[in-house]
Design a protein around this ligand. Structure first.
Ligand code: NAD
Ligand SMILES: O=C(O)C1=N[C@H](C(=O)O)CCC1
Length: 276
């Protein structure tokens, strides 16, 4: 079996370390390159057996099948441009993109396969499916609506962006499912003394602190009852396993933009499934 050649960008970061371990542990992948920012203090150090941390300037020499990128938005745009130049599939876990940056990534996907997903854990993608179904039942379906939809998320003190990409994705999903315009429905700040909630708002609540790996909650608050669907991450390993599944998918996919729904529906790898 030909092993899939993987590069990891953000290799010195929280996710980069987890992904390096997942790639090295999987019999179907081989770690070929680890990239970091030009300013990173670990440049030149060993990331894994015989693999040194470099910048992505020499990506062409590594003959990658896929790059797994968990960095920062500006870096992801640069890295994906390099992937497009060298015919390397890209798995982008980075969050915090502007709409213009996401549009640029979509343009780059005309010639390479890109998996762009704010959350690569199987459980969160199940949360998306469950929240969409709940919205259809409660707000868009025969049960008559009248359920206020809110999104809650909590993460560690070092997370740079807020709300999380996962929370924003879920809010957009709820808006699309119930036929409201997300750009006008989303509410991120209710500070003040005389706030009155408008119908069809989708409010976001954000907590940051400690070493919390991540929690996401879809809340449907009705009259006399609430429905909450909660996902809690207690380890980054699930994100890394999801990113590896995405890389195995992307390395064999035709050019285009894909999310985790495409990866999870198609990739039935028994060895990964067994380890979930
Ligand atoms: N999709 C998911 O499942 C998922 C899960 C966890 C985190 N994330 C996202 O992944 C991103 C990283 O999260 P983290 O906790 O690992 O952050 P982190 O800050 O620990 O790691 C980011 C790393 O990227 C590096 N970097 C910056 N510029 C670079 C460049 N030009 N080339 C290579 N590396 C560069 C940084 O030096 C850092 O080591 C965040 O946007 C986060 O929201 C996504
Ligand atoms: O730890 C982080 O940072 C995470 N970021 C992603 C997001 O912004 O949704 C996924 C959850 C963890």
């Amino acid at each position: 079996m030909t092993m899939i050649r993987i590069g990891v960008a953000g290799s010195g970061g929280r996710m980069g370390q987890e992904i390096i371990a997942a790639v090295c542990a999987d019999p179907r992948t081989t770690l070929v390159a680890t990239y970091e920012s030009p300013q990173h203090p670990r440049l030149g150090e060993t990331a894994a057996d015989g693999i040194f941390i470099t910048t992505a300037d020499n990506m062409k020499e590594h003959h990658l099948d896929a790059l797994i990128d968990f960095t920062v938005p500006a870096a992801s745009l640069q890295l994906t441009t390099l992937c497009e130049q060298h015919g390397v599939a890209s798995v982008i876990g980075t969050t915090g993109f502007t709409e213009a940056e996401k549009l640029r990534l979509h343009e780059l996907s005309s010639s390479i396969a890109i998996v762009l997903a704010p959350n690569m854990s199987v459980g969160v993608n199940a949360l998306f499916e469950l929240a969409e179904h709940a919205a259809k039942l409660l707000q868009a379906g025969a049960l008559g609506g009248g359920y206020d939809m809110e999104v809650f998320e909590t993460h560690h003190r070092n997370k740079k962006d807020a709300p999380s990409g996962t929370a924003l994705y879920m809010g957009e999903l709820l808006a699309r499912t119930t036929g409201v315009d997300f750009s006008t429905a989303a509410v991120h700040d209710r500070h003040g003394r005389e706030y009155s909630r408008k119908e069809h708002e989708i409010g976001f609540s954000v907590v940051r602190g400690g070493d919390i790996v991540g929690e996401h909650r879809a809340i449907f608050a009705g009259n006399g009852e609430q429905l909450e669907i909660v996902h809690r991450s207690t380890s980054r390993t699930n994100y890394a396993i999801g990113a590896l599944r995405a890389a195995l998918f992307a390395a064999n996919a035709t050019p285009g933009m894909y999310n985790m729904s495409a990866v999870l529906d198609v990739n039935k790898s028994p060895s990964i499934t067994a380890s979930l």
